[in-house]
Unconditional design. Structure first.
Length: 311
């Protein structure tokens, strides 16, 4: 049996990496760049992707990447794929461990991860790598496994030694107090709210999902959000502040469910509170008890809403 070698991505690997994704995911992987070797090469040349591969003989059997914008203190561990014939050797975890070391060398403050929920392997890997699960994104992307139902995603965050990402100190609402206190113990707290850069509101469409980024939740804006089409799947990412209890109450009144936190992206600091409306009724079994509770609560609220809606 050929020995397994983990090494840095090389320019000549692009074609083989693309073939590996097709072998494992067919035509369903959600990141289109993996289907174009030219884009794989360009992302590495631009220093936006930092990848490792696992090799047996001359065959690439595993791959993982750090996404990182230039000079950003935040990276994302992504594009983790292992050929079925070589599973059971902890290849994804070993690639992840080396990339976390590389993130520290790049000067990153923290690394995030988006974990699929169709199977438990990515969730288990994230736990083994020391990620703290912080939020749930229901029906977030088209299924990379060919399922007609969209894939829900668990968000994880791992701090690099010496850095903090504290939550704003406050009295948390009863409905999520245990979970938020758990995150406070993991990430710390501070008195002030983190700074916000850029536009106070952004609205983007991704496939069948509408992403809204908000600095503040003003009453006039809340009324406009209430009137958005009910068939839209809306994912709100609201800056976490000392006004969280008010924000939670007002968004719940217009049909949104709180599903945890995500670290702010790019050069932003702090946390974004996640709220969703328009997701579907479904069952999931998750590895993290905190994420399982968020999912179950969201499903219970949706079921209650559907039972009260006139047919």
């Amino acid at each position: 049996m050929e020995p397994l070698i983990l090494r840095n991505y090389r320019d000549s690997d692009a074609e083989a990496v693309s073939v590996l994704f097709r072998q494992v995911y067919g035509d369903y992987y959600v990141q289109p760049h993996v289907y174009l070797p030219h884009m794989i090469s360009q992302n590495h040349a631009d220093k936006r992707w930092h990848s490792l591969v696992a090799v047996t003989g001359e065959q690439i059997c595993g791959h993982a990447t750090l996404f990182r914008d230039t000079h950003s203190p935040i990276a994302e561990l992504a594009l983790s794929v292992v050929h079925p014939d070589t599973r059971g050797q902890n290849i994804a975890t070993r690639l992840g461990q080396q990339l976390l070391t590389h993130a520290q060398a790049l000067g990153c403050h923290n690394v995030s991860i988006k974990q699929v929920t169709h199977h438990p392997y990515t969730q288990r890997m994230a736990i083994n790598l020391g990620f703290q699960n912080t939020g749930l994104l229901p029906d977030y992307v088209p299924s990379p496994f060919g399922s007609p139902a969209p894939e829900s995603i668990v968000v994880g965050c791992r701090m690099i030694d010496g850095y903090r990402r504290p939550l704003p100190r406050q009295t948390w609402p009863d409905s999520c107090r245990d979970f938020m206190q758990h995150l406070c113990r993991a990430f710390g707290t501070q008195e002030q709210t983190s700074r916000w850069h850029g536009a106070a509101i952004r609205l983007e469409q991704h496939a069948n999902r509408y992403d809204m980024y908000l600095k503040h939740l003003r009453p006039a804006l809340l009324e406009q959000i209430r009137e958005l089409p009910r068939h839209w799947l809306i994912s709100i990412r609201l800056r976490l502040s000392q006004q969280f209890a008010w924000d939670l109450s007002r968004l719940a009144a217009v049909g949104f469910v709180f599903t945890g936190l995500a670290p702010a992206e790019g050069k932003e600091e702090g946390w974004l509170a996640l709220f969703h409306r328009g997701y579907r009724l479904r069952g999931l079994t998750l590895q993290c008890p905190h994420m399982q509770q968020l999912h179950d609560q969201a499903q219970q609220q949706l079921a209650l809403h559907l039972s009260e809606t006139p047919r």
